[in-house]
Design a protein around this ligand. Sequence first.
Ligand SMILES: [Zn+2]
Ligand SMILES: [Zn+2]
Length: 117
Amino acid sequence: MEIMGLRIPTIISDNVAVRCDGCLGIIEGTPWRISILDTVAIEKPPSWAESAAINPGPFQFHADPAHVRAWMAGRGHLLCRRSQIRELMRPVVIPGEPPRLGLCDGLHRDDHEFVPA
Ligand SMILES: [Zn+2]
Ligand SMILES: [Zn+2]
């Protein structure tokens, strides 16, 4: 599978019990898989961004955005209000102390509005 020039490895593990990364419960049926793309910096990436290892996933959830939000909140990530939770999310480094990651689907052209997930 290829999206916007990026190869996304497809993992097939339908015979194995899959647990939700949000609530840790077993997922019946097809999990909702979300992958995180490479970091996009708003300006210059702080050194933290280079050292922070981002697990690109895919992460697997129940088909309910609340479970994805719970996972984001548990990791301290913010969610862009102008985006929706999709299969591919783009991380944006938000400068601060400490720096945080905001996740956005990257499909809007105006400024991000990051809020707690
Ligand atoms: Zn769940
Ligand atoms: Zn955004």
